[in-house]
Design a protein around this ligand. Structure first.
Ligand code: ADP
Ligand code: MG
Length: 697
């Protein structure tokens, strides 16, 4: 992009210093380039009108043409509202304003034709639209824009009269000036091959589409471009890593063979075998491994981690397995210790609560290389923890760790960067994984060990609580344990806390014969651990908790998961919670409790949970319901600041874009060929643009 697009927004006609400051603060628009990329979030189809008699509660927005038949201000003080009647030949509609009453009353005229836009709601058999957009019908021909853009603004901007229409006007001014400066950003080959419209035409038509066809082409072109550059960046990082980062070669596996032969108590599933092969190939390639291991809860990632650690040990290298909490570190340790002991391998554990004396011994054993494997928490990151030859880092539940924290681990081998395996049980849809972890290689365990009983999931209304409690009682009498989980959502923390406490008390009252634990986010880590341990050791029968128990905790004896106010949880979160049961030999149950009043999305979530146990299917539906921004682990990534793409809908384009990026990099890794100069230039301008202005100001 030329310098034109770096011009400060305040220089645009109609902006000025005050609006410029607002646009910066409210929408992050600092330059002409930023404004041009402020794409409409929807369009008004000005050719489509509804008749008043056709209105229907389920319509999101409608456009109605009619005549204003009267207006009156009703009520007093804060209850004051303006009510106006709009009529067409089929009926009458009420328009209501609760704000700006006096101002609007003056602005609208009786016996005048208006185009009204808004969401219709039914009340006592009549339709009304609150705070409609209103436009007088004029003789003048409508603009040549087929679809009219609607731009995001904020309440603050609106209070300064910067409405969608205002932005549209600014955009028109800008596009007129900008047109000659807009350069093609994709190679001629790509434009040809994917039949893309040019960059200039795309920008003009995304804001002011000449036709529905043109709009589609513009949207496709810009989506393709956005996803293409994300993939190109990720793939280049991967190439750089492959070329530049050497890795230790681990090709001896005597102990692994012995383990397979004499100590494995079960057969690996086919998925586990495939993943082990993929990992082994990485470890013998001479390049640094950077692999994401995805596997639903209970799919058996721990054994794969151990096998990988064993391969490292067989080649004289040390490995760490880092977990986000003490409880999880503990469980990993317990799980791996059996295996390590059987092979006579020294396995350590280092967490915040490891005693100073023990610590000293561990530090020494790690430095000398005597200890080949260690499991732990953040405590592993401390500078005093040094290795003789750290060759492998495994990180569990990665979204709990920041990038910096993790890189602290890698740096513990100054000679040669360790191999990295990141494990996550959050089933990320493939499209999202490709974008989020595009620079990692991905392995998936998509199969549960044989003989596992499917968790039975049911939805029950609150009014059936007594029966649900009876069911819990029966299960506990059979020797099992139960979880009862309450929501905890930050905005209403106080209320949720009260719900939890009320819940805890009612559970205590309902089960006087059982011992009950409680864990929530307001407790000190130590107390949490203590309570959790009591439940793990089967000293308590019921665990009342908030979502803090979500990740990774393993209590095979727990067979019932009751989720209160289940409608308030996201789908992936419900699935994660459900994964806390079904880990033992017994049949397990997940009971989703809700009131009667449920939104459409809540119903979809509950039905999905009842219907399927497949984490990937659930993740896909979750992505469709929520959009990717909310999915776990995506907040810190930054790659998801998408301007136009929607990963839930644009998966096919994403795949094309990735394939295109891959092909170009294979053919011309340094982007030196003439035909790739557009791409090369655009990458340079993108990286020049990544200065985060909002942070500077
Ligand atoms: P997760 O992927 O959730 O971390 P784990 O590694 O904790 O799952 O495995 C869950 C349980 O399944 C463990 O008790 C483990 O020993 C067992 N397991 C793992 N792989 C197999 C297998 N191939 N056959 C039978 N049991 C297995
Ligand atoms: Mg696990």
């Amino acid at each position: 992009m030329s310098n034109f697009f770096h011009t400060k927004i305040e220089f645009l006609k109609g902006v000025g210093p005050q609006r410029a400051e607002l646009l910066q603060k409210e929408l992050g628009i600092f330059t002409y380039g930023d404004l041009i990329q402020h794409y409409p979030f929807r369009y008004l189809d000005r050719t489509q009108f509804y008749k008043i008699a056709e209105l229907d509660d389920s319509l999101p927005y409608v456009q109605v043409k009619g005549r204003l038949r009267g207006k009156e201000i009703l009520g007093e003080g804060r209850k004051q509202r303006l009510s106006a009647r709009l009529a067409d030949e089929t009926g009458e509609l009420e328009l209501v304003w609760f704000k700006g009453v006096k101002w609007v009353e003056k602005a609208i005229k009786n016996h005048t034709d208006y185009i009204v836009f808004g969401k219709p709601t039914e009340f006592n058999g009549r339709y009304n639209i609150a705070h409609p957009e209103l436009e007088e019908v004029t003789e003048q021909k409508p603009t040549n824009a087929f679809l009219q853009p609607v731009y995001n603004t904020t309440e603050k901007l609106k209070s300064f009269r910067v409405e969608s229409k205002t932005i549209a006007k600014l955009m028109e001014v800008l596009l007129n000036m900008a047109a000659p400066h807009i350069q093609e950003t994709l190679s001629p080959d790509l434009v040809d091959h994917y039949r893309l419209i040019g960059k200039r035409e795309a920008l003009l038509n995304i804001h002011f589409p000449e036709s529905a066809e043109k709009y589609k082409s513009a949207k496709f072109r810009l989506t393709f471009e956005e996803l293409f550059y994300i993939q190109l960046r990720l793939l280049r990082q991967r190439v750089v890593r492959r070329v530049e980062l050497k890795g230790q070669v681990f090709n001896n596996i005597p102990t692994l063979n012995e383990f397979y032969k004499n100590h494995m108590t079960f057969d690996l599933t086919n998925a586990q075998k495939r993943v082990v092969k993929e990992i082994y190939k990485d470890l013998t390639a001479g390049k640094q491994m950077n692999r994401l291991l995805q596997g639903d809860v209970g799919s058996g990632k721990t054994i794969v981690a151990f096998i990988t650690m064993l391969i490292a040990a067989d080649n004289g290298a040390q490995s760490v397995l880092m977990a986000p909490t003490e409880i999880l570190a503990d469980q990993h340790y317990q799980g791996l210790k059996k295996f390590a002991d059987s092979l006579g391998i020294l396995l350590g554990k280092l967490t915040g609560s490891t005693k100073a004396k023990e610590r000293k011994v561990l530090h020494e054993q790690l430095r000398s290389g005597e200890m080949k494997m260690i499991v732990g928490t953040h405590a592993l990151l401390e500078d005093v923890v040094q290795f003789q030859n750290l060759g492998l880092c495994i990180v569990d539940e990665q979204h709990r760790f920041g990038v910096e924290q993790r890189s602290k681990l890698w740096r513990k081998n100054p000679q040669i960067i360790p191999h990295v395996l990141v494990m996550t049980a959050t089933p990320i849809p493939r499209t999202l994984a490709m974008t989020l972890y595009g620079d990692l290689d991905v392995s998936v365990i998509d199969e549960l060990p044989a003989g596992r009983k499917e968790i039975v999931t049911v939805h029950r209304f609150d009014s059936h609580r007594l029966r649900v409690f009876q069911f819990i009682r029966d299960q506990i009498k059979l020797g099992r344990q139960a979880y009862i989980v309450y929501p905890l959502i930050e905005e209403s923390e106080g209320m949720d806390y009260k719900d939890l406490m009320d819940g805890y008390e009612s559970v205590q009252r309902a089960f006087p014969e059982f011992r009950i634990s409680m864990v929530h986010g307001k407790m000190k880590a130590q107390d949490k651990d203590y309570e959790m341990q009591r439940f793990v050791k089967n000293e308590t029968h019921i665990m009342v908790a908030t979502t803090v128990i979500e990740v990774g905790v393993n209590v095979p004896n727990a067979s019932v998961m009751v989720i209160e106010s289940a409608e308030r949880f996201g789908l992936s979160q419900l699935h994660q919670l459900r994964g806390r049961v079904g880990r033992g030999a017994e049949q397990s149950y997940c009971i989703l409790m809700t009131g009667y009043k449920l939104s459409k999305d809540s119903k979809t979530r509950l039905e999905t949970m009842v219907r399927t146990n497949n984490g990937f299917e659930i993740a896909d539906i979750d992505l469709k319901l929520r959009g990717p921004g909310d999915l776990m682990g995506t907040q810190q990534s930054g790659v998801l600041d998408l301007l136009i793409s929607d990963l839930a809908k644009d998966a096919p384009i994403l795949q094309e874009a990735r394939a295109a990026a891959q092909q170009i990099l294979e053919e011309d890794p340094q982007l030196e060929q003439d035909k790739h100069q557009n791409i090369r230039k655009h990458i340079q301008s993108l990286s020049a643009n990544t200065v985060n202005w909002s942070r500077i100001s």
